[in-house]
Write a protein that binds this ligand. Structure first.
Ligand code: AMP
Length: 374
């Protein structure tokens, strides 16, 4: 399934394409169609699943379609999130996915002077991303009215509770119009969160990302901290050590996959690359060669790897970490099937620390760090 199948409008598709997002993640596939019809949503999802886009994309689309005549821009969407970092990230998502639309978004959080934030608010915004304390503060000073809100998102509700924001939220809720669409996200559902969700949602659709950690228990996962320029050497070294194993290597880009295949073949390690630019025939041949053991190493992009079903796969290498943590689980799930033991090695450069963090959060596991062999 593609974003187009989800009936996303052209300006957003263009922005997604530029970001290199080819397909929606599970939570996006499930949530977006419901949000577009105006339903309330209860989303059980952790960071790393693509949940931000699961609400940002349909909200942008709905705001774009809402052609109420208005003299002045008024805040129509409010996204409440517990931390400044999350607020900034969410704002960035709205800006990027909406870069071909005329909507304005603004982010406010505490710990900094309010002047820059109030100046922006005065110019009029459509979408406001806020942490609870600063929101209440600016509301009480008259800089913000929530009267025109049509979409309200409560992000990371369980963390809000942990951080003691529940009273702030209870003060904000009565200021919101009763007629509105509410999207509620939480990674876990303790009693207090269930109660809160029941209070503020109306006939919500519940979407849940499948729990992922159980699938990885038979797989030993290791991590190499390695600079980008050194990844090639590390790969060659590791493959030379493990002489007979069938190895599936994941590369982020098609071009990167081709380049790697050339490097490995030059080093005497039989390998082939499969990706979307290769013909169906070429892909099938490469796959058959890999399955029969003729080529030891297959280098694949995520999309090309989707159809691969290899039973005796022993090792998966994440040469590049995936952008979405969920993809990590899918990738390594190709080894260690049916109770067999599997090994997953991941290369992480400095630029990828954030991605690693997302993966560890999603799986709830800290990867074992290995020393890079000299
Ligand atoms: P989130 O769970 O919203 O924090 O998103 C995790 C990461 O996945 C972020 O770096 C997003 O930019 C990225 N992401 C979200 N949706 C997609 C997608 N459909 N394809 C590729 N990357 C995505």
């Amino acid at each position: 399934m593609t974003f187009k199948d989800l009936k996303i409008i052209e300006p957003i598709l263009k922005a997604l394409d530029e970001k290199g997002y080819q397909n929606p993640t599970a939570i996006q596939r499930e949530a977006i169609p419901h949000v577009l019809t105006g339903r309330d949503l209860l989303g059980l999802a952790q960071t790393g699943t693509g949940k931000t886009a699961a609400f940002a994309i349909p909200i942008l689309q709905l705001l774009n379609e809402d052609k109420r005549p208005s003299q002045k821009r008024q805040i129509r969407s409010l996204i409440l999130t517990p931390t400044r970092e999350l607020a900034i990230q969410i704002h960035e998502c709205f800006r990027q996915y909406g870069s071909y639309m005329g909507l304005r978004s603004c982010v406010i959080f505490g710990g900094v002077k309010q002047k820059a934030q109030t100046d922006e608010l005065k110019q009029g915004v459509d979408i406001l991303i806020a942490t609870p304390g600063r929101l209440l503060d600016l509301m009480s000073q008259g800089f913000i009215s929530l009267d025109s809100i049509t979409h309200f998102v409560l992000d990371e509700a369980d963390r809000m509770l942990d951080m003691g924001f529940i009273h702030d939220i209870k003060r904000i809720l009565p200021k919101l119009p009763v007629e509105r669409q509410t999207l509620f996200f939480s990674a876990t559902m303790p009693q207090a969160i269930t109660a809160l969700s029941q209070r503020i949602l109306r006939h919500p659709v519940r979407v849940e990302t499948t729990p992922v950690s159980s699938t990885v228990d038979t797989i030993s996962q290791y991590l190499y901290y390695v600079e980008k320029a050194e990844k090639k050497n590390l790969l060659v070294n590791l493959l030379r050590k493990e002489k007979d194993q069938a190895v599936l290597v994941f590369s982020k880009t098609k071009h990167g996959a081709d380049k790697l295949a050339r490097v490995l073949n030059k080093a005497g390690i039989g390998s082939e690359a499969i990706h979307g630019n290769k013909s169906q025939n070429a892909r099938q041949n490469a796959l058959a060669n890999f399955k029969s053991g003729k080529t030891r190493v297959l280098i694949a992009t995520d999309i090309a790897a989707r159809g691969i079903d290899i039973h005796s796969l022993e090792v998966v290498i994440n040469y590049d970490l995936p952008d979405v943590a969920e993809t990590y689980v899918h990738r390594i799930g190709r080894t260690g099937r049916a109770g067999n033991k599997g090994v997953a090695l991941s290369f992480c450069s400095q630029e990828e620390y954030r991605l690693l963090n997302d993966i560890q959060k999603l799986t709830g596991k800290k990867l074992n760090t290995m020393a890079v062999p000299a």
